[in-house]
Design a protein around this ligand. Structure first.
Ligand SMILES: [Zn+2]
Ligand SMILES: [Zn+2]
Length: 145
């Protein structure tokens, strides 16, 4: 695959710099891909897509890049319970609904709009995040019954 510097790439470079991360090709690639794919993806999905496109990043690099981007606040890592974590661009802080039947992951607005949105009774601890997983059956699954 030929790398071309597009307007979009420059935008990602700026976002990386603003978050205090060094601009590297793998970081820009992963950000651009998450933007293009939209929604939620596992690290393995991302790796597979890159392999399909002949992008030469090792699996280890993809995982490291995702970790760096999560720490910098550019990417959100969401837990959906059993199974692997999912990643998405961190546009706004939100929670997730996971359908028990089809495992669809749907964004749920955060009512507090700031983290942590729930108080935790943990004397002496510093809590900076509360991620909520809503569970049930999604509208599509309900409609197909
Ligand atoms: Zn469903
Ligand atoms: Zn989400």
């Amino acid at each position: 695959m030929v790398w071309r510097m597009s307007t979009a790439d420059r935008n990602w470079e700026e976002r990386l710099r603003e978050s205090g991360l060094r601009v590297t090709r793998p970081r820009v690639t992963v950000l651009a891909l998450l933007h293009e794919l939209a929604g939620h993806h596992t690290a393995e999905d991302i790796n597979t897509t890159l392999v399909d496109r002949d992008v030469s990043l090792t699996r280890g690099t993809v995982y490291n890049v995702l970790d760096d981007l999560v720490q910098a606040g550019l990417v959100m890592r969401a837990d959906r319970g059993p199974g692997t974590a999912i990643y998405e661009l961190a546009e706004t802080w939100h929670h997730h609904f996971v359908c028990r039947e089809c495992a669809a992951v749907i964004d749920v607005d955060c009512v507090a709009d700031e983290r942590p949105c729930l108080p935790a009774d943990l004397p002496g601890a510093q809590v900076d995040e509360a991620q909520i997983i809503f569970r049930g059956v999604c509208a599509d699954c309900l409609a197909s019954k």
